[in-house]
Write a new protein. Structure first.
Length: 254
């Protein structure tokens, strides 16, 4: 099977490529600036403009669409995905698998809104598709810890929980879905436990050997209320095969 992975160099892209290759797929990844040192064959695709969409989709059996404009809160995601969809329709692509975020249609922050818009564009297209929503990954939780702990007093929004997930588990699930028939929206996938963000940040600081006071403070707004209400969680779809937050921290810190 010939499989294209957009965003194949990223946090989720790498384990997805590995999982597909272990299943015998011939994997191609896309990049805005292909590098000669990457293992899988690369093709140029610019998410911000859609340039290269027809070339990267041509000849593929399945496209696993992971690439996202995270640096600009997803501003290019709809443009790039629309270009992929148009190319997929013309090439009669058999299956597009898209990764989204749990609660993206219930928490009104810009990045989540754009994820929802991409989902709707995919659903409105003629391309056979599967959409998987997951909770955030351990790597993202660690990034939050890094950013919040730059100041001596670490302020964390109170009442917010994360159900962080091992990205290798998400990559394996995407590879499994790529081999199945298109299913539309499938069951969400979450990490093994939901933890208060304040506790996760404390554990992160301990793991990297930093001493910082952590203070949980209440915020305001619809997005904050959505997180406090647990709209970003998937308690009924928790994965218990991958690493927990503490296990992942232990491996990364050592």
């Amino acid at each position: 099977m010939k499989s294209l992975v957009t965003g194949g160099r990223g946090t989720l892209g790498r384990p997805t490529v590995t999982a597909l290759e272990h299943r015998g797929h011939e994997v191609t990844i896309t990049s805005r600036r292909p590098r000669p040192d990457d293992g899988p064959r690369q093709l140029r695709f610019d998410l911000a403009t859609g340039a290269g969409a027809a070339e990267v989709v041509a000849g593929q059996d399945v496209v696993v669409h992971i690439a996202s404009d995270t640096d600009r809160l997803g501003r290019a995601d709809v443009v790039g995905t629309t270009a992929l969809l148009r190319a997929a329709e013309k090439s009669d692509l058999a299956h597009l698998v898209y990764i989204s975020i749990v609660g993206c249609d219930e928490i009104p922050i810009g990045y989540y809104k754009r994820k929802t818009a991409v989902e709707r564009a995919i659903e409105a297209s003629a391309v056979p598709h599967t959409i998987l929503r997951t909770t955030q990954y351990h790597e993202f939780a660690a990034l939050i810890g890094t950013r919040l702990s730059k100041a001596y007093l670490t302020l964390v929004p109170s009442g917010v929980r994360f159900q962080s997930l091992d990205s290798a588990v998400a990559g394996q699930r995407l590879a499994e879905l790529a081999e199945l028939e298109p299913q539309g929206r499938v069951a969400d996938l979450g990490g093994p436990e939901a933890l208060l963000l304040s506790d996760m940040v404390r554990q992160y600081l301990d793991a990297i050997g930093k001493s910082r006071p952590v203070l949980a403070v209440p915020l305001f707004g619809a997005s904050y209320r959505g997180f406090v209400a647990g709209k970003n969680l998937a308690p009924n779809h928790a994965d218990h095969t991958g690493r927990t937050w503490h296990q992942w921290l232990t491996e990364v810190a050592t």
